[in-house]
Ligand binder design. Structure first.
Ligand code: SAM
Length: 358
């Protein structure tokens, strides 16, 4: 019987090193030491552990939302290789039959690279016969608390098969949220904020971003982020020396202030600070921490533009800067840092002060 003794992680192509370094460090904190298989540009990382128990420990003890660079994680059995073109189903079905008694859902996926995604049509066609096979064996319990089945074709003739619990993993196929951004969005960046609002604000705190609130957007031009907030009924002060797009200003919810984002401060506190300035990450971390520490804004969403090297170290340095500054003011907060689907050489941070403050 195959053991699910490895953890498969999906990430953006080119970020395999960061994804690997992160899981190695997080696993080590639980006393789990494994080795990594990661090919640059493949968009997946395999963290091989000594036992299935260790892999299970990781996915139960580590909160998935705390993984910065992983889009998804799956406990997997050894790679099935050499699948014949005419019949890939038999071997996959045999593996699926032996892993767990029941599955709540079936996702047949590929890594997120242009080459791999050409297999998505095949994945779609593969799902139906696999579903039928599981139904026949009474192994499908849709909507139950059973783990979700993932089959990931990392090559035309090779697939990982494994499971993950829905309550500690990404709820999105291939770990990619389906984000809808209006066609007239002033910039591609708008998608980043839409995604951040969708995946980073917990459901029980959704009311903390609502119509009637006020926000400041530092580095706002041409206005994608301001526009996203304006469409939610939030009044935005958009700070940037550059011009704002007419479509954003036409919302009548945005005041454009031409000025420097580092020296601007609001006359009265705002609910949200958002910031997408292209600047050194530690400078942005200091600035945001200062805004929160001095009570200029209650919550913040911001980007940290990452250098090509030492990206994980840089993110950790920024988290430390924020922690140290807010600890001085005794401010309790939760922070989530994520390499979102819409992020390229950057990560997005959502910092929310806890309900009971000071
Ligand atoms: C990536 S763009 C922002 C895009 C914007 N979030 C959107 O959705 O359209 C970065 C912006 O930051 C602005 N910027 C950079 N440094 C700044 C500073 N010190 N003060 C104000 N704006 C700054 C630039 O002018 C640029 O418009």
């Amino acid at each position: 019987m195959s053991q699910m003794d490895a953890l498969l992680l999906y990430c953006r192509a080119g970020f395999e090193k960061e994804c690997a370094a992160e899981i190695i460090a997080n696993a080590a904190q639980l006393g789990v030491h494994g080795y990594v298989k990661a090919e640059p540009g493949s968009a997946w990382v395999l963290f091989q552990c000594a036992s299935a128990e260790e892999v299970k420990l990781l996915t139960t003890e580590l909160p998935f939302y705390r993984q910065i660079f992983a889009r998804q994680w799956i406990c997997v059995s050894p790679l099935i290789e050499g699948l014949p073109e005419g019949d890939r189903l038999t071997a996959v079905r045999a593996r699926v039959a032996e892993l767990v008694p029941r599955y709540s859902e079936i996702w047949v996926e590929t890594p997120d690279t242009d080459a791999a995604k050409t297999r998505l049509g095949f994945c779609g066609r593969f799902t139906k016969p696999l579903t039928n096979a599981l139904e026949k064996k009474n192994q499908l319990a849709l909507g139950s608390s059973a783990p979700r089945l993932h089959v990931c074709f990392v090559a035309d003739d090779a697939a990982f098969v494994g499971v993950i619990d829905a309550d500690n993993s990404s709820p999105w196929f291939m770990g990619i949220p389906r984000v809808r951004v209006g066609k007239d969005a002033p910039s591609r960046s708008a998608g980043k904020l839409v995604e951040a609002l969708m995946v980073m604000i917990p459901e029980d705190r959704a009311h903390e971003l609502k119509a009637g609130m006020r926000a400041v957007d530092l580095g706002a031009a041409p206005g994608g982020w301001s526009w996203v907030l304006a469409l939610r009924g939030i009044r935005v002060t958009a700070v940037d020396n550059g011009p704002m797009a007419a479509v954003a200003m036409a919302t009548e919810m945005i005041e454009h202030v031409r000025g420097d984002g580092f020296s601007y401060r609001p006359h009265r506190p705002v609910n949200w600070l958002v910031c997408d300035m292209v600047e050194s990450p530690s400078r942005i971390a200091q600035l945001v921490a200062e805004w929160i520490a001095r009570g200029h804004a209650r919550h913040a969403i911001f980007n940290l533009k990452l250098p090509m090297k030492k990206r994980l170290e840089e993110v950790r340095r920024c988290a430390d800067i924020i922690e140290q500054r807010l600890a001085r003011e005794d401010i309790n907060y939760s922070i989530e840092i994520k390499h979102l689907y819409h992020d390229r050489e950057e990560v997005t941070v959502c910092l929310m002060q806890d309900k009971a403050v000071r």
